[in-house]
Design a protein around this ligand. Structure first.
Ligand SMILES: [Zn+2]
Length: 130
């Protein structure tokens, strides 16, 4: 039997805890259920506590966050390779493409989980009109 938050805790949605659980691709509410049915497809409801996620739309937030992180990781790697090894330009470009694709595929689900955790904690759905 898993620990489900009490009804009082369900009303509270601590942002830091929700972000961390989302980053780990876990339900921001219970921390044990998975939030993705497939690679980037959120489940309609948590497999453990039943919390709804299917209505949350993160739109471009996750790709934007992934690009932001990727730039901060990729540029120092490429700079280090160029500085210490000084390979031909085509090898540097090949490294950028290969490392970039691998890091993007690895980071994107965690970024989306982070965004889902944030939006869940703030009770946002992604279709708010301002
Ligand atoms: Zn859950």
């Amino acid at each position: 039997m898993s620990d489900h938050p009490s009804s009082k805790e369900e009303e509270r949605r601590p942002i830091r805890r929700s972000l961390w659980r989302g980053l780990l691709k876990r339900c921001p509410n219970c921390g044990t259920g998975r939030i993705f049915a497939r690679y980037l497809k959120p489940t309609d409801n948590c497999t453990d506590c039943g919390e709804a996620f299917g209505h949350i739309r993160t739109d471009d937030f996750a790709p934007w966050l992934t690009i932001l992180l990727l730039g901060h990781i990729l540029v120092p790697i490429v700079g280090t390779i160029d500085y210490y090894l000084a390979p031909p330009l085509w090898i540097i470009l090949l490294c950028v493409v290969v490392i970039g694709i691998i890091l993007t595929l690895a980071l994107l689900p965690h970024s989306k989980g982070f965004c889902l955790g944030l939006m869940w904690a703030l009770r946002l759905r992604g279709d708010e009109q301002h």
